[in-house]
Design a protein around this ligand. Structure first.
Ligand SMILES: *Cc1c(COP(=O)(O)O)cnc(C)c1O
Length: 434
């Protein structure tokens, strides 16, 4: 028995629009998660199309009349069906690899909807981006700029480019996801960036289109967004003053979400955190503000559905051993992240709880989901939902311990589809030779 703190008692369905309890059971839109587990097995990632559509529309509405373009950050959740959903909303996309470009091209996304970010693009990836006629390369070093120019000369047209400026701002929920400070590997200092813009202002092979500055991820306060975008807007104006006709101001992604007790910005608050003058700046330039949200669009639109394998008690501790593991969802081990976990069968209102550790079967002490978390009594065979798993979930999964990767399921209204089948034993051996 235990006492729960108010935040531990919070019902995650209160802030995850795609999920609710019906007749005592958890549903995604109007499909029961138990039914999905029955058909698709566990562990399985379950996504609500309505939830990510609603998030996209809400952000779009919040940005309102500010000329803008939402570039969904593919790395957060790159399942083809999810990408197709965003493409149907006329979203643009932010990619960080040739593999992500390949995914988008395979579902018919046009190059002009694609922004290519990343600190280590290979020559081949740059070539692929050029051939696809993408909207923008966000360049992160002088050396990359040289490669971009030389590859552009090879294909015979100018490369559309921006420099990712490091705005030297501390932001981001965890050291591994903060990127905007000068000690991080990302971006170029303003002084150096300015020199490169000017040096290549008349280049045949570099067409300066914009400036960019993603500062980190899981940011839950307004100040870093304000500071970074104000700084970028100033640089943007300065370069335009030098006669470099920039049109795209890319402020990156990083909008945080609620996992447990975070108090993230609403999209309206985010939009209000941007400098007032941004609208007139963009209109004067005949350009667009680019935003690159990943987590904020898909994070709370998905859960990881898992089944209890065993429970065991040892010296006053209770372990709930589930069939999902760190290879399926590595965020707790990688970032110290906490994802809420609740039974799929709705617990009675006054149910007694005890503190448990929810752990996976992988041979690592780092293979846990939550420590000392209050849970109603659960038994082998019970289904649990691990919340907020729609971003940086499946995409960060692996085959560690030779575990086949989980299925992914997309729910749309009263229907669901397996949009990535569970891997098989044969998949595990694919590509290997003795
Ligand atoms: C990861 C990343 C994003 C998305 O970050 P979120 O925190 O998921 O919004 C956007 N832009 C760039 C350049 C990134 O690397």
């Amino acid at each position: 028995m235990g006492v729960r703190t108010p935040h531990e008692m919070q019902d995650p369905t209160s802030y995850t629009p795609g999920f609710s309890y019906r007749h005592g059971a958890l549903t995604c839109e109007s499909v029961s998660l138990a039914g999905i587990a029955e058909r698709a097995g566990t562990p399985a990632f379950v996504y609500s199309r309505a939830a990510f559509t609603a998030a996209y529309r809400e952000l779009d509405r919040a940005l309102g009349r500010l000329p803008h373009r939402i570039c969904y950050a593919v790395k957060a959740n790159s399942n083809l069906a999810v990408l197709k959903g965003f493409a149907r909303l006329a979203s643009s996309f932010d990619i960080v690899s040739g593999g992500e470009l390949f995914r988008l091209r395979s579902i018919g996304v046009r190059g002009e909807q694609i922004v290519f970010s990343g600190v280590g693009k290979t020559r081949e990836e740059i070539r692929e981006g050029l051939r696809a006629r993408i909207l923008l390369f966000n360049v992160e070093s002088e050396a990359e700029l040289e490669v971009l120019a030389s590859e552009a000369a090879r294909v015979g047209w100018a490369a559309p480019a921006a420099i990712r400026v490091n705005p030297d701002i501390e932001a981001g929920g965890h050291p591994h996801i903060a990127t905007g400070h000068h000690r991080h590997k990302f971006g170029i200092d303003w002084a150096e960036a300015r020199r490169l813009y000017l040096r290549h202002r008349n280049s045949l092979w570099i067409e300066w289109r914009g400036i960019s500055g993603h500062i980190g991820s899981q940011i839950t306060s307004a100040a870093p967004f304000w500071r970074a975008s104000a700084r970028l807007a100033k640089y943007f104006a300065e370069l335009r003053g030098e006669g470099i006709a920039l049109r795209l101001l890319d402020i990156g992604g990083g909008i945080g979400i609620r996992y447990t007790n975070e108090k993230p910005l609403t999209f309206a608050e985010y939009a209000r955190a941007l400098p007032r003058t941004l609208g007139s700046t963009m209109r004067a330039a005949g350009g667009e503000l680019l935003v690159e949200p990943g987590r904020a669009l898909t994070g709370n639109a998905g859960v990881l559905l898992t089944r209890v394998l065993y429970t065991k008690r040892s010296r006053g501790k209770t372990f709930v051993i589930v069939d999902a593991a760190m290879n399926d969802l590595i965020r707790p081990a990688l970032y110290g992240a906490a994802h809420r976990i609740t039974p799929v069968k709705q617990p009675a209102a006054r149910v007694s709880v005890s503190r448990v550790d929810v752990v996976g079967p992988v041979c690592e002490s780092g293979d846990f989901f939550l420590h000392d978390w209050p849970m109603p009594e659960v038994d082998a065979g019970d289904l649990l939902a691990i919340w907020s798993a729609g971003a940086y979930g499946f995409v960060e999964s692996s085959n560690y311990n030779s575990r086949p990767r989980a299925a992914e399921v997309l729910v749309e209204g009263g229907r669901f589809r397996v949009v990535r089948r569970r891997e098989t034993r044969e998949d595990l051996l694919r590509g290997e030779r003795i």
